[in-house]
Structure formats: C-alpha cells, structure tokens
Design a protein around this ligand. Structure first.
Ligand code: NAD
Ligand code: UD1
Length: 311
C-alpha cells in the first residue's frame, strides 16, 4: 500500500511516517523542509523523501498520476498563525489552493485512492462561547490561518459530496510530543515549557496560567488517524481530534515539576491578544469509531520528558 504524507518531515508527519513505515506501507513524503527536518525521518530513503513544494501544482499532479497512492495524508501548511497574518496571500496559496489541487489531482488521475485525510485545526472555533467545542456548532475564525483551514476542510468535505471521494478532515486540538520544535515564541506551549525545564530557564505564563487546553499526545493522534484511514464510515466527515480533557497550564507546570523532580523560575505577563481562555473538544464522534486516547497528560508528558532526556 502506498501512502503519501505531505509535510511528513515535520513534527506530526514524522510520527505518522514512522507508524505507517513500521506497518509496512510504502511511505512517500512530500515536504519542502521549511519547518520540517530530514533528520526527523532518517528511516525514509531519498527516493521516498521528495523535497518539493505542495504549491508546485504541476509537479504534484504528475506525482499523483505516476504513483497512484492508496492513501494521502495532507499536513503540509503554513502552520504559524502570525505568518498567515503577515502574508495571507502566500499562506492561502499553501493552505487552500494546494489542498484544492491535491483533491483535484486525485479526483482526475487517481482511481486507486482509498482515503484522503486533511489536517484542520481547532483554530476554526476562534473565541466562540460554549464548551466542549462541537463540530456542528458555530465557528468564528480569528486569523487567516483559521479561515484557510476552514476553507480547505470544507473543500475536502465537498469532494466527498460531489464526487464521492473518500475524504475526511480532522480538527487537531493542541498536539504535543517529541520533535515538536520549540524555537519560536508561537511554538506549542508544552514544547516551550519542556525546553525551559531542560535548560533551567524562566517560563512566562501569558495571563494567569489558569487557561485550559485539550492537549493530545502525538501517539494518540497517530491512533486516531489510523482508525479513520481504515473506516469508510468516516468519509465525508469532519471530526475533532482531541483528548476530551481540559487541563490548565498551571497543572501542566506542576506535572513537569514532578517529572523533572525540580522547579524552575516563572513569571506572569499580559495575556496574548485574542487568546482563548478555555478550550476542549467533544470527541464522541471519534470515539464511536473506536478511538480511545491512551495517554493521560501525566503519561504523555512522562513519555515526552523521557524522550527528551534520551535523545
Ligand atoms: P510542522 O511545521 O512540524 O509540520 C509542517 C510540515 O509541512 C513541515 O515539515 C514543513 O516543512 C512542511 N511544509 C510547509 N509548507 C510546505 C509547502 N509549501 N510544501 C511542502 N511542505 C511544506 O507542524 P505540525 O505541528 O507537524 O503540523 C502539521 C499539520 O497539523 C499542519 O497542517 C498544521 O496546521 C496542523 N495542526 C497542528 C496542530 C498542532 O498542535 N501541532 C494543531 C492544529 C493543526
Ligand atoms: C493553538 C494553535 C494555534 C491556533 C489556536 C486556536 C498551536 C501551537 N497553536 O494555539 O495555531 O490558532 O490553537 O485554537 O497548536 N502560552 C504561555 N507561554 C508561552 C507560550 C504560550 O503562557 O510561552 C500560553 C498561550 O498564551 C495560550 C496557551 O499557552 O494561552 C497555549 O498556547 P499555544 O500552545 O500557542 O496554543 P493555542 O494558543 O491554543
């Protein structure tokens, strides 16, 4: 079985590539290495690691025509919200147009396709009231990033409705784990906090630290993706990919203290403008397909810290 993972050299993509490689799928990665790294996927040979851009539509179409992938997982994106605000025209060409081209190329040239999965985001909910966040409720995008993810997931859904393509979108909540890059202030907060603990630096809580998120350990995401990939009932659907649990930053900090058996300095500063106070996902639609998150935050952080200290 051939599987194409766009953005496969990135944080999430590398875990999916590892899993499907171990399951003996023939894994192809299409990645321009903008925020991904060759070293994340050392187990993929050069013939299967295609260093190219998803916006290169002719190249992508030819690749799909030639390889006739059984599965496509489309993760490549401008992932930084700030970058999409600075350059919405460029980011929409990656986040919307390239997704549409990927769908269209598969529709026209790949009769072998068994599933197309698109990585959407909890960002589509914005600051809407009401918890947990449900797929069929009001959305309120607050950034080009969120609009682009929404447009692309809706195209993905529409291609099922219009052309009966086997497509599914997943709205990822806050994913964390090994290989998440902490280098930008807008990186996932857990990768930043982990790095501060490693280096005995000061961590800054934006706001009072009481804000909550639905943090998902990346191995649980892999479980969810593999379930969706093999389930025809998921076609034409959009699911929240969360853990269904709400955890505050202060609770996370305490868990890191226990795991590292030490504390570090911390301070509080102003909340980020537009920051969401509380967020967690309703995940019943996904659990009804058999998904069951296996990592509590304690287990996930323990696995993360263990990895960090042995790599
Ligand atoms: P990441 O930056 O580690 O991975 C993105 C990958 O896409 C990188 O390897 C990058 O080099 C590649 N890429 C970017 N632009 C490209 C282009 N034009 N052509 C080819 N490759 C390109 O980020 P991630 O956290 O692994 O995110 C993966 C996906 O999940 C993204 O679509 C992101 O929007 C989505 N997502 C992530 C989270 C999270 O918590 N990490 C939450 C919601 C949604
Ligand atoms: C996440 C997404 C973002 C999306 C948003 C909407 C990630 C990395 N970001 O942002 O793309 O638009 O959901 O749902 O998944 N914080 C600190 N100190 C720090 C860094 C962050 O206190 O050094 C706080 C933030 O202010 C926020 C919380 O930690 O309150 C989580 O931040 P972050 O990891 O960036 O995720 P989201 O804000 O949920």
């Amino acid at each position: 079985m051939k599987i194409l993972i766009t953005g496969g050299a990135g944080f999430i993509g590398s875990h999916l590539a590892e899993y499907f490689n171990e399951q003996n799928y023939e894994v192809f990665i299409l990645d321009n290495l903008k925020t991904g790294y060759h070293s994340n996927v050392g187990f993929i040979d050069n013939a299967h690691l295609i260093d190219n851009d998803v916006t290169n539509s002719q190249f992508v179409t030819e690749l799909i025509k030639k390889e006739q992938f059984d599965y496509v997982i489309h993760l490549a994106a401008v992932v930084s919200v700030v970058e999409t605000i600075k350059n919405p025209i460029l980011s929409q060409s990656v986040n919307i147009e390239a997704t549409l081209n990927m769908l269209e190329s598969n529709r026209q040239y790949n009769k072998n396709l068994k599933k197309f999965i698109f990585a959407s985001s909890a960002a589509v909910y914005g600051n809407t009231e009401g918890l947990p966040k449900k797929v069929n409720t009001f959305i309120d995008p607050e950034s080009p990033y969120a609009i682009e993810k929404y447009a692309a997931e809706q195209y993905t859904k529409l291609y099922n409705k219009l052309f009966n393509m086997p497509t599914t979108s997943l709205r990822f909540f806050n994913i964390y784990g090994p290989r998440q890059d902490p280098s930008s202030p807008y990186s996932g907060v857990l990768s930043i906090m982990n790095e501060k603990f490693q280096n005995d630096d000061t961590f800054t809580f934006f706001g009072d630290g009481e804000q909550t998120r639905d943090f998902v350990y990346v191995k649980d995401l892999v479980q969810a993706v593999s379930i969706v990939l093999n389930n025809e009932n998921a076609n034409g659907k959009i699911y929240n990919l969360g853990s269904g649990e709400q955890i505050s930053l202060l609770q996370i900090f305490n868990t890191f203290e226990k795991l590292y058996n030490k504390t570090i300095n911390y301070k509080f500063s102003d909340s980020r403008s537009g920051d969401i106070k509380h967020s967690y996902a309703q995940i019943e639609e996904l659990t009804s397909l058999g998904y069951k998150p296996k990592y509590s935050v304690e287990d996930g952080l323990a696995a993360y810290v263990n990895y960090t200290n042995h790599s």
